[in-house]
Design a protein around this ligand. Sequence first.
Ligand SMILES: Nc1nc2c(ncn2[C@@H]2O[C@H](COP(=O)(O)OP(=O)(O)OP(=O)(O)O)[C@@H](O)[C@H]2O)c(=O)[nH]1
Ligand SMILES: [Mg+2]
Length: 463
Amino acid sequence: MRHAEDTIAALATARGRAALAVLRVSGPEAVSVVNACFRGKDLTAVPSHTAHVGYLLAPDGAEIDQVVVTVFRAPHSATGEDVVEVSCHGGDFAPQLILESLLAHGARMAAPGEFTQRAFLNGKLDLAQAEAVADLIHAGSTLAHRVSLAHLQGRYSAGLARLREELLELCAYVELELDFAEEDVEFADRERLLHLLDESEATLSGLLDSYRLGVLLRDGVTVVIGGRPNAGKSTLLNALVGRERAIVSDVPGTTRDEIEAEAEIRGLRFRFVDTAGLRQTADAIEAEGVRRARRSIEAGDVLVYVYDLTRGLDAEEAAFLREIRHTRPALRVLVVGNKRDLVPGRIGPPEGLDGTFLPLSARDATSDAAALAPLVDALVAAVGDDLSRADASPVVMNQRHRAHLRRALDAVRAARRAFDAGASGDTLALDLRTALHELGAITGAVTTEDVLDQIFSRFCIGK
Ligand SMILES: Nc1nc2c(ncn2[C@@H]2O[C@H](COP(=O)(O)OP(=O)(O)OP(=O)(O)O)[C@@H](O)[C@H]2O)c(=O)[nH]1
Ligand SMILES: [Mg+2]
C-alpha cells in the first residue's frame, strides 16, 4: 500500500461564477499548509471536524477572501488523511488565487482522481465504490443517479462480497482434496458443492445480464426519428421534448442537418435525433442529409419511423423497413402513422407490417402531452428491460467490471464441467481461484498500480 508523503490541493467545485466554491487539501501537511495562509484561529490547535471563519491570504499577506475552513484529522476524513476544506466565494478569481496560495505554501496540485485514489488506498472505500463516485458525478438521469448512489453506498460491493464468500466456501470444500469421483464422499457434501456452484453461476449471470440496462442508464437511449419528407418528424420531435427545437414547415425537405434534443422519460435519458426526410434528391445538401439520416438510423437504439396517414406507407418505405429489420435485428422499430387528426374513423396498421404501430397526431401532441402517452409507453417498452430492476438489484454499468464478471463466470462454468467430469479437487480449486481473483479485481482486493492509475486518471481534478 502506498502512503502519501506529500500534500495535495485542488478546487473541488466547478469553475466559474457561483455563490461558493470549495477547495480541498489532503495529506500530512494539510493543516499546516492552510494555517500558513489563514488569518483566524490557529488551525494546528483546533479539534477535528470543526469549522472556522477567517481570511485566506496570498503569499504576500494580502487578503484574498473571507472563508470558512473545516478541519478533518486522519483517519476520520474522506481520504483517511488530514483534510482541510476551504469554502470561499465562487467566481473566476478568489478560488484560483487561494489555490495558488496553497501551492505556494507547500501543497502540490492534485492529479485527476487523486483524492479518491487516496481514499481507496486508505481503505475508505473499495474500487467499485470509487468508480461509483465518478458514475454519480456523470449520472445523466434519475435512474443512473439512483443506481450510482446505491453502488457508492456499497450495495453492489456487498453483493460481490457475498459471492466471494460462496466461492471461498466452495474452495474450502474442494481444497480438502476430496476426490468427488469416489463413492465414499458424503452425498450431502456433493449436493452442497453443486448447489454452491449453481448459485454462483446464477448470481454471475444475473449481474452480467444487468449490463444491458447499465449501458442504457449510463449512456441513455438513442431514438432516431426517420421517414419521408413532410411526414411530421420535426413536429414529433418538438412534441417529445416539449419545446420548439426543430423548424417545422410544410415545405418537404425542411430538415437537413440532424437535430438532437434530450428528454428524461421514466427516469431514463432519451436522446432524440430528428433527421432529413428520406427521398431521392438532386439537391447536394439535402442528399448529404439523407445519407446522414440513414447512418443515424443504423446506429440508433430505436427507430421511430413516421409516415403520413393521408398518403399511406408506400412500397419503397415498406421495403426499407423490412430491410432494416434484416440488417439491424437489434434495432427496435416503432411505426408512427402521423396526422391522425386528418383521417376520420378507425385506423389499422399498414398491410404487411409486423411490429408496433401507433396512429397519432404529432401536431395535437404539441399542445396535449397525453396524446403522446402510447408512444412514450412504446418507447419505454422498446427499451426492453425491466426498469424496476434498477432499484431492486445491483446493475453493472462499468465495462471493466463486465470483463471481470465474464471471466469469473467462465471459470465457475469450467469448475462445473470439471466436477461433472469427475476431475480432482485440485483442478476445481484452480478454476475457483481464478473466479475469486476476477471478483477481487472489481473491488480492488487484487489490483496492480497500473490498473489503479488507469482508473483514477479518468476522474477529474479535485475528485
Ligand atoms: N394536420 C397535421 N399536420 C401535421 C401533423 N404533424 C405535422 N404536420 C404538418 O406537416 C408539415 C410537415 O411537418 P414537419 O414536422 O416539418 O415534417 P418533417 O417530417 O420534419 O419534414 P422534413 O423536415 O421536410 O423531412 C407541417 O406543415 C406540419 O405542421 C399532424 O399531426 N397533423
Ligand atoms: Mg423536419
